[in-house]
Ligand binder design. Sequence first.
Ligand code: 13P
Length: 259
Amino acid sequence: MSGAGRRPVVSGNWKMHLNHFEALQLVQKLSYNLTDADFDAADVTVHPPFTDLRTVQTAIDSDKMKVQLGAQTCHFADKGAFTGEVSPAMLAKLHVQWVIVGHSERRQLFGETDSLVRRKLQAVLDHGMKPIVCVGETLEERELGATATKVEGQVRAALEGCSPEVVAGLVFAYEPIWAIGTGRTATPDDAQTTCALVRRVVGDLAGAGAADAVRVQYGGSVKASNASELLSQPDVDGLLVGGASLDADEYAAIVAAAR
Ligand code: 13P
């Protein structure tokens, strides 16, 4: 539990890695590695590629694993002529509980805008799933001193029109783009400063209760060796892990840091 009594949430974003056989092996090994003490202390989610979801869901349901299933993105519509897309209704039917929304790779490589992120967030909520809303600055923005402006703008756009009750239940992930997949982690101070900023903006928009309840993850080159220090920051309520979540031992060690 974080200092403020928020339950940590540790998420593994598998990105475009692992076929469904490999995904099954990973979730089984992970579930074996994690203990009741881990699940008592934190929400633990995994976000496999779409083609692996059914396989991982079947394993989670049949073995009553406490790992929670997540997706990496979705469309905002329930159905329609959107070749190649996957709808939130389809994900909910697969018992997906969490959906990452607005990951920087979606924003940068696939042109997702703030307003698209807002629509996706709403669609995820409308289907009873929980969005993990990603925000973060590029290296250039950081060097220009524009981190706070960028992140504040992304948070405001994502929350437009959301009630304080809805906001209170959200998870944000602060992922500085320069720290993703680079081995360059933000310092615990950097992570704290911007996670606190996210909370402040939430407070501005939705009030102190929502700010107190909202959970903010840090993501970007998280490893077992830096997880504890990041999690010890008062406004860091969890971690969004990429590469290190593909190794069941490493990811279990990261989860254990949330105890
Ligand atoms: P890495 O942990 O591989 O840096 O990825 C972070 C990330 O983008 C998680 O969503």
